[in-house]
Ligand binder design. Structure first.
Ligand code: MRU
Length: 372
């Protein structure tokens, strides 16, 4: 996507061997900065400390991190496979809910198995990192092609030449992937096709990915949008001001349960109560093909309490550097569950790169029969 007119992806291979470029998302929207990763440790820090975040982007950075891991493993004085395995596990430990992370690491392990020369292993992991990024981008583009039909239908149903109001939570935009995004891909496709669309952007406490990232992205692409606090969605839905909810997901079981940023479940409940269609957009790399019961069995990442207690932003007046502000009464306990699980019964459908299906095992496996 374009940043001030220049095309960017969220992660890329630098021409120099052993260097990977990323956008430092912690600085957005106030400053656009890129960072070079040179080690597995750098990649783990970038994922854990959320320089990069979002399902597909985490997966793609992990795939690139495994290329750096291959370089390190071949220079280590221990057996390549053992070190490469340890480094992959280390990357996987950084964000436990994110499905794409393990998916990318396992893919690199599988691709390298059976190769015996260090140079070939390194070349292979570099090639696979690029493949993962290209595939992610292509899948998100296809999600847009399929998902735009929902926005078009909503527009035709309204029949008043009024914009379709889509509500989204967190950031499942191009910053959360390599390009295009999942939840935003149908929105960008609709906007580019001339269908009037307006987006309600949940601010998404505690890290404010909606207010900071989704709003910035949509603004860069010229899509009309309004940032709302997280608790407004129910009110808007009750008053007919939301036509469609589209969110992303960090992990979706093959039975249709959706793990996504904390607060998604409440939006799904409000949508159900108000007959507002609630769709989830995801590439196949985000499906968990093993877990059956998402509510019981998806591990939910708990992050540091400081993310709840402290918000950061720039001063309303004057200096443009970021400042941290403490919000919570001194001495009060805080807790920080990063994700929740929306049960399949609340999900109207899943928008994937192969088409739209119902959120149940039968319908998902019809689109992905090779997983049956
Ligand atoms: O904690 P984050 O920012 O990595 O959370 C992930 C997300 O961006 C959202 O949950 C998103 O809706 C799904 S990932 C495309």
């Amino acid at each position: 996507m374009l940043v001030n007119g220049t095309p960017y992806r969220t992660v890329w291979l630098e021409e120099n061997e052993g260097e990977v470029g990323i956008i430092d998302q912690r600085k957005l929207p106030f400053s656009f900065e890129t960072v070079i990763l040179k080690t597995t440790e750098d990649s783990a820090v970038a994922i854990r400390d959320m320089y990069v975040r979002g399902a597909g982007c985490i997966g793609a950075v992990a795939a690139h991190g495994m290329y750096l891991a291959a370089i390190e493993s071949s220079a280590a004085d221990r057996d390549f496979d053992t070190v490469f395995q340890e480094k992959g596990e280390f990357l996987c430990s950084t964000r436990p809910t994110a499905m794409n992370l393990r998916w990318a690491v396992e893919r690199q392990w599988a691709e390298v198995a059976g190769i015996s020369s260090d140079a070939d292993r390194i070349a292979k992991t570099r090639e696979v990192a690029q493949e993962v990024a290209d595939e992610d981008s292509e899948w998100c583009r296809s999600i847009g092609e399929h998902g735009v039909s929902l926005i078009r239908e909503a527009y035709e149903q309204k029949g008043k030449n009024e914009p379709v109001n889509v509500l989204t939570h967190c950031n499942a935009g191009w910053l959360a992937f390599v390009d295009f995004g999942s939840a935003t891909a149908p929105i960008y496709a609709a906007h580019d096709a001339g269908i009037p669309v307006h987006v309600w952007v949940d601010e998404t406490r505690p890290r404010n990915q909606g207010a900071r990232l989704t709003a910035w992205e949509l603004g860069q692409h010229g899509v009309p949008h309004t940032v709302i606090v997280d608790n407004v969605g129910g009110h808007l839905m009750q008053h007919g001001m939301v036509d469609l909810v589209i969110t992303g997901t960090d992990r979706t079981t093959h039975t249709g349960d959706v793990a996504n940023k904390i607060g998604t479940y409440l939006k799904a409940l409000a949508a159900k109560d108000n007959d507002v269609p609630f769709y989830v957009a995801l590439p196949s790399s985000t499906f968990d093909w093993e877990t059956k019961d998402g509510v019981a069995d998806i591990p939910i990442e708990q992050r540091g309490g400081e993310e709840v207690a402290i918000v950061s932003g720039i001063l309303a007046k004057g200096d443009c550097s970021e400042v941290d502000v403490n919000l919570v009464a001194p001495g009060s306990a805080v807790t920080n569950y990063a994700f929740d699980v929306t049960p399949r019964r609340l999900v109207s459908g899943l928008i994937t790169e192969r088409g739209i299906c119902d959120a149940n095992e039968k319908s998902i496996l019809q689109l992905f029969p090779e997983r049956a």
